[in-house]
Design a protein around this ligand. Sequence first.
Ligand SMILES: Cc1ncc(COP(=O)(O)O)c(C=O)c1O
Length: 431
Amino acid sequence: MKFYNLKENDEQVSFAGAVKQGLGKNQGLFFPETIPVLDNIDELLAMPLVERSVQVLYPFVKDDLTKGQLTDIVTSAFNFPAQIQPISKDRAVLELFHGPTLAFKDFGARFMAKCLQAFSKDKKITILTATSGDTGAAVAHAFHGIENIRVVILYPKGKISLLQEKMFTTLGGNIETLAIDGIFDDCQALVKKSFDDKELASTIGLNSANSINISRLLAQICYYFEAVAQLSRQKCKSELDNIVVSIPSGNFGNLTAGLFAKALGLPIKRFIAATNANDTVPRYLETGEWAPNETVATISNAMDVSDPNNWPRIEHMLKTGIVPSDCISSVSIDEEQTQSTVLQLAKLGYISEPHAAVAYKALQYNTSEGEFGVFLGTAHPAKFKEVVESILGQPIGLPKELADCASEVILSKDMAANFSDLREYLLSNDK
Ligand SMILES: Cc1ncc(COP(=O)(O)O)c(C=O)c1O
């Protein structure tokens, strides 16, 4: 299957090309030329995660990977579970934080790293990526120690939690981290500028591991199938026909993957894109006007994005009828509601964190009688320890992955939000 550039439609590349290139010409996003409708959904739902994921992903990658290669990649990338946990009679959370960096991004980043390893052969690659928190850790861990791949991660200095920072700035080796004096959007803009600089890009073999990379999104499709597979073992038919998934959204990669899953035939009735105060999308869906405001800092900081980079893919799916236009609604949840929802969930016996709480609250506003609401648990609560403890007024434990890195030294270099400084760094440190 080919993948084409949504801005420059003549640019068509294979899966391997799209993974290596990241972004197309003119910063266009790659999109699959077709999304096959799978006619064996029940059969797929009965399979274990790895076997099913191979079946779902194979049509997208078969020009570049054999089924055997794909099976190896999926087996080593998805070596931890995605888990449905019931919250109440008509609500459940899909926990996506049981991977090595305790966030949903482990699925996409690990799958991408293994694909890139398979495709890069002996050519040197530099992964340049911006993170508002969890991407950094997931990418750093997924690529750590992979030969011929240098990873440079930009993040907004002082705007992510200390533990989050420690999870990706302490590894060293092929993982370099830059603390940028600015906000996440500045980091994202620096990454975009680097890709526009053709000379720089070809000299250092630039590649992005952000959620704009199609391989990450394809990997994420698999956990929506896993969620429905688990629910299909527990729920009756009427509930299964009425699954509504609420997604805590920042760059909208997760929603994009969910829509791919729906287009493939997975029975999800509709999606709620839950945002924090950075409400460009809910306002856009209401008014038809794309009008990003200044980014606002919130306690669900990985969603502090005012110009989400995956939106063009969603817009394309809505405009071309790949998914029905009424299958997405969006709601903005404020800080007070987020905090009270963390407390409310704790009263139900479930310790959450602000991103999941935003999604749970959005379900409460947006579902009706007879619908079964699933919200995504995108990060382990301990990754947001300070804020969760201050809301709950009591300590929460640290899982081993976090406890292990808490005592490590941060190896980042500080940098102004200035493209020429970044360019010089990338060239002068290219080994
Ligand atoms: C914990 C958490 N939740 C939600 C999101 C938003 O996901 P997306 O960018 O796919 O919308 C992120 C992104 O970094 C995240 O780290």
